[in-house]
Design a protein around this ligand. Sequence first.
Ligand code: B12
Length: 228
Amino acid sequence: MTALSREIVALCRSLGACDVGFFDTPHELGHGISIAVRLSDAIVDEIDGAPTFTYFNHYRSVNALIDHILLRTGILLAEHGYRYITVAASQSIPTLGAYRGRFSHKMGAVLSGMGHVGRNCLFIHEKYGPRVRLGTVLTDFDAKVRRESTDRDYFCDKCNICVRACPAQALYGRDFDAENPDEPLMDYRACSEHMKRAYHHIGRGAVCGICMRVCPKGQKSRDETKKL
Ligand code: B12
């Protein structure tokens, strides 16, 4: 690991990231930095058949924190002479297509080796399951750090609990296929329309979180933390 990549990891962690990874990408500046911020188990556990007002606040404050961490990382990169583009924690850019951000944080997180994508179509972190929110900095800095998520305990068990629990019946129950990575695992429109229709009064149609709440991989991280 180079001195700058070490400095980036230390900065992101000091600001609240639970993990930081590096990856190469043919997009934009050639390389990326993926960060994960762990959500509060107590807040996620309160999601019971519907999102809560507290979860909506958490969603917004974690997004703000992620945007801050990404900007601080970018400023550090610029001080060392590198270019950077921060990808907003949560921003759809309709000119890029329906339900698309500038860059898929899940893809960055997978490529950086921090975990994988499960049947709930969420990124499952190798230690915290899906209860993480993500961010990405695109950059021309090549950290030359490569890692692979190997903890199979955190791989999706294909239990389909998320598929059954989704109130919009949006999840196809399909596995992520590295050979065919662009194949959708869910009906984005069904998910989005349900959030707008059913939860507008709670989270302005931006949150649900049931697929994250019910995933046993997230509950496992909580149980393990208690043991420490
Ligand atoms: C638009 C959007 C939505 C849309 C579309 C959902 C979607 N899955 O894309 C709607 C409104 C439906 C939505 C819903 C939700 N969202 Co949303 N959303 C986004 C946003 C802003 C853009 C996503 C995007 O560009 N999608 C385009 C598709 C193509 O990519 P993708 O699904 O992100 O990822 C696929 C590819 O990356 C591919 N892939 C994986 N590895 C690789 C490797 C290679 C080489 C390739 C080519 C592809 C590939 O597999 C993934 C799954 O198919 C992102 C933020 C961001 N910039 O990433 C948040 C984001 C995906 N949302 C998030 C969350 C948590 C939610 C909700 C739970 C709502 C909530 N907050 O309560 C639900 C859950 C839906 C679900 N089960 O996935 C989180 C996911 C965190 C995680 N642990 O995975 C993100 C990353 C925001 C964040 N900052 O953390 N969301």
